[in-house]
Design a protein around this ligand. Structure first.
Ligand code: FE2
Length: 202
């Protein structure tokens, strides 16, 4: 069973009407005009930016990445236990649970680092064929611009609506795709990968 987590960044105090156009503009300004497949996969169409946007000091990218890193310990605990822990994604995972996971399971919920981040522009009927992000650990997708007709993100057998403001995290090995949808207009997403790195805590 795949466990996929979606939060809406409005819950973290982001005003979508102000935020999303600025992030979308930043992604579009970094889009290479030629169509480039995502790393290690064959893409049907979508255009992408370079894959190190996390190295930039852009305030809008940084805000999404801050939320990704904030919720990652809870997402990781949920995936590892294949259940939803009590509490909200707004809350930090308790020190007691972190100690319990570290001692009983041998991994640390905070030992994840961002290892790639890029923007994707889907225009009209463009999509991305089924692929995965192995050998990364966790992957995320944030939609900064969609329309009512936008095709959803399909992860394994689950359908995640392409809704502005939604941030989705999932295990990187899970197969996912976006089917092209005629007349769906432009869709813009910020996506990326995290790796488990216990050396972070040394
Ligand atoms: Fe992907």
């Amino acid at each position: 069973m795949s466990l996929i987590e979606t939060v809406n960044v409005q819950d973290f105090g982001i005003n979508l009407e102000e935020f999303n156009p600025s992030l979308s503009d930043y992604i579009k300004s970094n889009i290479d005009n030629k169509v480039v497949p995502e790393s290690g996969e064959v893409s049907s169409a979508a255009s992408i930016t370079r894959m190190d946007l996390h190295a930039d000091d852009n305030e809008y990218v940084r805000k999404i990445l801050d939320i990704v890193l904030w919720i990652t310990p809870r997402v990781a605990c949920n995936i590892a236990s294949n259940s939803h822990m009590p509490g909200s994604f707004l809350e930090a995972v308790s020190p007691e649970l972190i100690a319990q996971v570290s001692q009983n399971s041998g991994w640390h919920p905070r030992a994840f680092e961002l290892t790639a981040c890029w923007g994707i522009l889907y225009d009209g009927a463009q999509g991305v064929i089924s692929h995965n992000h192995f050998p990364f650990t966790l992957s995320f997708s944030y939609y900064s611009h969609t329309s009512e007709e936008s095709a959803p993100l399909e992860i394994e057998n689950k359908t995640i609506p392409a809704k502005e403001g939604n941030l989705t995290l999932f295990s990187s090995h899970e197969q996912h795709e976006v089917k092209g949808e005629e007349n769906s207009g432009e869709r813009i997403a910020l996506v990326g990968n995290l790796s488990y790195n216990p050396r972070l805590l040394l």
